[in-house]
Design a protein around this ligand. Structure first.
Ligand code: DAK
Length: 257
């Protein structure tokens, strides 16, 4: 099915998902968000895909939610739109998603990048939560994820001034995994994705789930969850293959079973 704002290419078990609404710096309107999350959910269910990369254009990953779409909305209209649902669905994606960010990642765009599991940033990337300048606040996890990732004081400086930070500052604060030349950003994210796609898929998904839980639960609960997931992996064919391949001194062939 062809989508209006989202274009996907699949290569060697990795899906590259491009947001293409460049005329408005990839502003995330409802239609676009529904397409994006629908596409990620579809790829999540596709056995031929093991890892995904989400990217935008050279000038913007995404400059936030579509301000035009929100400008005249009433509380009732905002509530009826139920935008949270689509962001909640994004959290249900089990396979790793890497954001390749060039240019602006502002407001909902920064929240989208943070909703991914890792961020590779081009050296020209700019991250920010400028909602305060519009008289609102982040609505898709900005106050929560940013605080967890970079700490409350630094997060508050960004959230309360609305001032964007550079890719290098984002790296120093732990918001992104690495900073690379802008023109190689997508390729670097794809290389990371290919490396992950070679690992045992069920282990990869369980590691993602456990690491995400680490941010939500106390240490004891997290350790128990990790232990149970660890035991469960002993039921997979990939676990037998991985250990056998090591002992045979050859590369494992993981089938996701
Ligand atoms: N929405 C709509 N259009 C946008 C836009 C946006 N966020 N950002 C840029 N555009 C449009 C501009 O209006 C302009 O359109 P034309 O005038 O050409 O028709 C075109 O993109 C190019 O932008 P500029 O001419 O402004 O380009 P510059 O290089 O001069 O400036 C900029 C780039 C990124 C600094 C500037 O465009 C800018 O400040 N944009 C707005 C950034 C922003 O405030 N973002 C936060 C939006 S609020 C929720 C979930 C999420 C959210 C809310 C609720 N729920 C789950 C309920 C999120 C809220 C937000 O993100």
């Amino acid at each position: 099915m062809s989508l209006r704002y989202i274009h996907t290419e699949i290569n060697e078990s990795v899906a590259l998902v491009r947001i293409e609404r460049h005329e408005v710096l990839n502003a995330l309107n409802l239609h676009l968000m529904n397409e994006l999350v629908g596409e990620l959910a579809r790829l999540d269910a596709d056995d031929s895909v093991r890892c995904m990369v989400v990217t935008g254009g050279p000038k913007a990953f995404a400059a936030g939610a579509d301000i035009l779409e929100m400008a005249d909305a009433t509380v009732v209209e905002m509530k009826q739109r139920n935008q949270f649902q689509v962001w909640d669905r994004l959290r249900q994606v089990r396979k790793p998603v890497i954001a390749a960010v060039n240019g602006f990642a502002l407001g909902g765009g920064c929240e989208l990048a943070m909703a991914c599991d890792m961020i590779v940033a081009g050296e020209d990337a700019k991250f920010g939560q400028p909602e305060v300048k519009l008289g609102v606040m982040p609505g898709a996890g900005g106050t929560q994820r940013l605080t967890r990732l970079i700490g409350k004081n630094r997060a508050l400086e960004m959230l309360l001034t609305g001032r964007p930070i550079s890719a290098d500052d984002a790296l120093n604060m732990g918001l992104v995994n690495r900073v690379v030349p802008a023109e190689t950003c997508v390729q670097e994210a794809l290389s990371l994705a290919y490396e992950i796609a070679k690992q045992a898929p069920i282990a990869v998904q369980m590691i993602k789930e456990a690491a995400n839980k680490a941010l939500d639960v106390d240490l004891q609960t997290g350790m128990e969850l990790e232990r149970n997931a660890f035991y469960l992996l002993f039921a997979t064919e990939d676990r037998s293959e991985g250990m056998k391949a090591f002992l045979d001194k050859r590369k494992p062939v993981f089938r996701g079973r």
